[in-house]
Design a protein around this ligand. Sequence first.
Ligand code: ZN
Length: 59
Amino acid sequence: MFINGCKTILIRCRFCGRLRKYELNVFKLMENNKIEYKCKCGETNIAIKKIMAEVSKLK
Ligand SMILES: [Zn+2]
């Protein structure tokens, strides 16, 4: 359940193995439609569009 629109997600980079914590802001996402998070190694770990599809399934 979203209270303030923020959700913390943990993602392990499939390239370098670093575990990274991201703040997912749903309201910001609605404005931008798509957010990408990059690892320090430069690899894009996640495109949030995909996550939102999963979240809406849970409702
Ligand atoms: Zn990485």
